[in-house]
Design a protein around this ligand. Structure first.
Ligand SMILES: [Zn+2]
Ligand SMILES: [Zn+2]
Length: 264
């Protein structure tokens, strides 16, 4: 099986103590590409260092809504400047989250719009974090897309059918994490079951959101196979088929990442 983890946080301290064995386990289950995601532009160097140290790791640059108020001075031009690096393949994560994140709404919205400008300019996918803000998110995405299209990856999709529909209308990819396996998430499994196959990505969001059977433990990229198995069950197909399709989608979504045959 060849897999790609479209969203993880390889620079987070939780993965540091046994980082090399974490990566070895991930590669052993077939993960050939990792996108390690930025959460603070001011700490971009640590994210980029992971990408520069490993041929199979790429990264993004952005401000997570949780840190929005720390980085309201970051401009679209700052993001674009970072995006020139060959290992930077996306803008984000950025978004709206009033459940887990408590940065002021205005700061979250301001940063979201600045990141959209950068995504539109660079043609790199905007990696969006959206929690319990379906209507506001759908409205911003529709409004901004109308003034100029930009590629979208909805990371750890947790919204309802209406947001899923808006995303599909805008050509976005919907990425599923271990949350898909959480017992109370039946509505999410229904959405994942019915989506067009060419719009689905998989991710771990490691070290957070470990899937069943590792609930509440530290997550790591190797557990991606549990997300793939869950999708396979829901969609009545094999894990191999899900792996093949989501890996193909991954390279379509993250166009800047060279195809597998061009790298070791
Ligand atoms: Zn997130
Ligand atoms: Zn994340």
């Amino acid at each position: 099986m060849i897999l790609a983890d479209s969203h993880c946080h390889l620079d987070f301290d939780e993965l540091a103590p046994d980082f090399d064995t974490v990566m070895a386990r991930a590669r052993a289950v077939g993960i050939r590409r990792f996108v390690t995601i930025g959460v603070r532009v001011r700490q971009h160097a640590r994210v980029l260092a992971k990408a520069e140290a490993h041929d199979d790791v790429f990264c993004t640059v952005g401000t997570h809504p949780h840190y929005a108020d720390e980085e309201t001075d970051i401009s679209a031009d700052d993001l674009i400047a970072h995006a020139h690096h060959p290992k930077v393949v996306g803008i984000g994560e950025v978004g709206l989250d009033t459940f887990l994140a408590n940065a002021p709404w205005d700061a979250q919205m301001r940063n979201l719009r600045a990141h959209i400008v950068a995504a539109r300019e660079t043609r790199l996918p905007l990696v969006i974090h959206s929690v319990r803000q379906d209507e506001a998110m759908a409205q911003v995405l529709r409004e901004e897309s109308a003034s100029g299209a930009f590629p979208i990856v909805m990371h750890c999709f947790s919204g309802g059918p209406a947001l899923a529909r808006t995303c599909l209308d805008l050509g976005a990819y919907l990425s599923f994490s271990g949350m898909l396996t959480f017992p109370e998430r039946d509505y999410l499994r229904e959405i994942a079951r019915d989506l067009p196959a060419d719009r689905i990505l998989v991710e771990t969001d490691a070290p957070s959101l470990a899937p069943v059977p590792y609930l509440d433990q530290r997550n790591e990229p190797a557990y991606l196979t549990h997300v793939v198995a869950c999708l396979a069950r829901l969609r009545g197909t094999s894990a191999e088929t899900i792996a093949e399709q989501t890996t193909r989608n991954f390279f379509a979504a993250f166009e800047k990442i060279p195809p597998l045959e061009q790298l070791s």
